[in-house]
Structure formats: structure tokens, C-alpha cells
Design a protein around this ligand. Structure first.
Ligand code: NAD
Ligand code: UDP
Length: 333
């Protein structure tokens, strides 16, 4: 059985479907601070199997002790955490508490119960902004531009120290690039509270009339069309990467780091045009000032994942946008 912390969230719910479809038994621990219980019904609707669910906080030792005591958990995928870059400046202690303390508590209980396989959700934000593109796993880590990124870097170090202390640990650090898209059924997707920070949920809110226009954060970057370039990856491709990484851990110990990206960069205008193609509508936008901390370009060299895991992202930007739009139409109204 695999424990998915944060398993009712955006990425965790897709991973749950992937694992259940792959024949794994899944138990979800989530405090529902950024997701809802209905997601469990939807996971069951898609996969035909209902994952076990426990509502609780990953920082709560008593909850974790009960969980590991009661269920035959063999490994963990740890998605639970906070992820809003802007909020991380306002509430740094909450970010360190959820992301760093939460992981520390989880690892302690895993160790106590002799569970040593963990897949951790890290981020491309751990890389130094000055690195050349594309980013391989060898690129320098450091100088994260926000507290959120620093919490991910701290956890990466904690995992490395843990692996040094005991060879029984098998750890996968997955550095996600920009996960977008949704399940093609329209049943699972991203539903941020309030005004979205990220590009794709913002655009779907403009398209459903909830927001007036997109603010393009800068058109004077050193990129082809002047807007920021990112490596957008379909959440379903990302989920398969988790399954492959977990299976790798069965035969390898120590810390293993992989970039999960497509290797292709798309600008803000590329994404806008993809939405216009898919929906047949035009997206009103205006050029605004650059957002603090935003870098011009960021995309992965994903060849290590191909080599080690035989994993490669297959879905195109239009696939991602089509699925994100279906999800938005079914759920945002
Ligand atoms: P999400 O907010 O949709 O999912 C996180 C889930 O964790 C939510 O369901 C939330 O209720 C739960 N949670 C939060 N704190 C918890 C706690 N203390 N105890 C139990 N549950 C808790 O986010 P997501 O996009 O699915 O991200 C999953 C992970 O991937 C996060 O660690 C995030 O930092 C990381 N990540 C996300 C992105 C992205 O763009 N979405 C990029 C890089 C890394
Ligand atoms: N962006 C934008 N307007 C928005 C949100 C994002 O122009 O409302 C741009 C942002 O500057 C970046 C890209 O879209 O170049 C992706 O931003 P997002 O917040 O989705 O992901 P990030 O790479 O910052 O984590």
C-alpha cells in the first residue's frame, strides 16, 4: 500500500488514479485545507476503485502513528504542502511549518515504522536563476527567489542528509516544471481559491467570465516574443513519472533526483494562442509590469528521467490546454 499525503490535491489526485490503475493499493492522507472530499468520489469514478481516505494533518504525529500502525504502508508519495509563491512571502512560518516541519514529522514516523521509500514533490524553483537552459539535474541549486522555493531546497537537503545516515532509505526527488492540464474526464483538475496566481487557471477564469482580462507580466524579457518562457507539463504525464520513480526505488537506494518536464519552452503568448485555438475565443489581455522574482526562461533537460525511468512526457501544449479547458467548463461554473 502506498500513502499519498496531499492525495486529494491537484497532482496527488491524478497520481492516485495512475497508481490505482497500475494495480497499487492507495491510502490518502489530506487535511482538506486546499481540496475537498468529493475528489475521493471522483478518483473512484475514474479508476473504479475507491482509495482509503484519512482526514488529518501530516504534522500530527498521533495521526501518522495510527495510520502506519493500522495499514501495511510500504512507501509514501509526499504531495502535502503549501505552494503559493506570493503567500510564502507573507506567511513564511506557515510555509516552513507545512513544508519543512511536515516533511520532518513524516520522515520520523516512516523511520519508526521501517518504511524507507519516499517520492518527494520538489520544484524547478530550487535551481539558481542564473543557470543556462535547459536545466539538467546537475545545474546549480541555490538563490531561490522566494521562501516557498527555499522550503523545497531545505527539504531536499534534509532528504540527502537522511540518506547519508542510513542506506536503507530510497528517495526520489522530483523537480516539477510547470504542471498544468487536467484529467481528460473533466473530473479532476486544479481549483485554486480566490484569484489564481498561475497563468493557466487565470486564463480559464478569464474565459469563463470570472475575470476581465489577463495581465501579461512583462513583454520585455530576453525571449523570442518578450514574455516569460516555461516548461508546461501535463499533470497526467507527471503522474506517470511518479509511478516510474516509485518503481525505481524498489531496486535502488539513496537519493535520486529527476526533472519532470517536457524539455520544451512555451511563452505566455504561446499559451494564450493555444487557448484561443482550442476554445475558438479570443482572450483579452494587457501588458503589465514584470512580477517580482520572475525569470525570463525556465525549461528542463528531462533526459535523465528517460534514461533511468524510461519516462518521457507525451502530451502537447494543446492537449494540456484542451483538458484544462474541459475541466474549467465542467467545474468553474
Ligand atoms: P495542492 O494544493 O492542490 O495539493 C496539496 C494538498 O495537500 C491539498 O489537497 C491540501 O489540502 C493538502 N495539505 C496541505 N497541507 C497539508 C497538511 N499539513 N497535512 C495534510 N494535507 C495537507 O497542490 P499541488 O499542485 O497538487 O502540489 C502538490 C505538491 O507539489 C506540493 O508539495 C507542491 O509544492 C508541489 N509542486 C507543485 C507545483 C505546481 O505548480 N502545482 C510545482 C512544483 C511543485
Ligand atoms: N504569468 C502572467 N500572468 C499571470 C500569471 C502568470 O503573465 O496572471 C506569467 C508569468 O510571468 C510566467 C508564466 O506566466 O512567465 C508562468 O507563470 P506561473 O505563475 O503559472 O508559473 P511559475 O513559472 O511562475 O511558477
Amino acid at each position: 500500500m502506498i500513502l499519498l499525503t496531499g492525495g486529494t490535491g491537484f497532482i496527488g489526485s491524478h497520481a492516485a488514479v495512475e497508481l490505482l490503475s497500475g494495480g497499487y493499493d492507495v491510502i490518502v492522507l489530506d487535511d482538506l485545507s486546499n481540496s475537498s472530499f468529493e475528489v475521493i468520489d471522483r478518483i473512484e469514478k475514474i479508476s473504479g476503485i475507491r482509495p482509503k481516505f484519512v482526514q488529518g494533518d501530516v504534522k500530527d504525529v498521533a495521526v501518522l502513528n495510527k495510520l502506519f500502525g493500522e495499514f501495511p504502508i510500504e512507501g509514501v508519495m509526499h504531495f502535502a504542502g503549501l505552494k503559493a509563491v506570493g503567500d510564502s512571502f507573507k506567511y513564511p512560518l506557515e510555509y516552513y511549518s507545512e513544508n519543512v516541519v511536515g516533511t520532518c514529522v513524516l520522515l520520523s514516523v516512516m523511520q519508526a515504522f521501517g518504511v524507507y521509500d519516499i517520492v518527494f514533490s520538489s520544484s524547478a524553483t530550487v535551481y539558481k536563476p542564473s543557470n543556462d537552459m535547459p536545466l539538467s539535474e546537475q545545474a546549480e541549486v541555490g538563490e531561490q527567489s522566494n521562501p516557498y522555493g527555499r522550503t523545497k531546497a531545505v527539504v531536499e537537503k534534509m532528504l540527502a542528509d537522511l540518506a547519508l545516515s542510513d542506506p536503507k532509505w530510497s528517495i526520489a526527488i522530483l523537480r516539477y516544471f510547470n504542471p498544468i492540464g487536467a484529467h481528460p474526464s473533466g473530473l479532476l483538475g486544479e481549483a485554486p481559491n480566490g484569484v489564481p496566481n498561475n497563468l493557466v487557471p487565470y486564463i480559464t477564469k478569464v474565459l469563463t467570465g470570472k475575470l476581465e482580462r489577463l495581465h501579461v507580466f512583462g513583454d520585455d524579457f530576453d525571449t523570442e516574443d518578450g514574455t516569460g518562457v516555461r516548461d508546461y507539463i501535463h499533470v497526467e504525464d507527471l503522474s506517470l513519472g511518479h509511478l516510474k520513480a516509485y518503481e525505481f526505488l524498489k531496486h535502488h537506494s539513496g537519493v535520486n533526483v529527476w526533472n519532470l518536464g517536457t524539455g520544451i519552452g512555451h511563452s505566455v503568448f504561446d499559451v494564450v494562442r493555444a487557448f484561443e485555438r482550442v476554445t475558438g475565443r479570443s482572450i483579452p489581455y494587457e501588458i503589465s509590469a514584470r512580477r517580482e522574482g520572475d525569470i525570463a526562461r525556465c525549461w528542463a533537460n528531462p533526459s535523465k528521467a528517460l534514461l533511468d525511468l524510461e519516462w518521457k512526457a507525451e502530451r502537447t501544449l494543446d492537449d494540456m490546454v484542451r483538458d484544462a479547458w474541459r475541466w474549467a467548463q465542467y467545474n468553474l461554473n
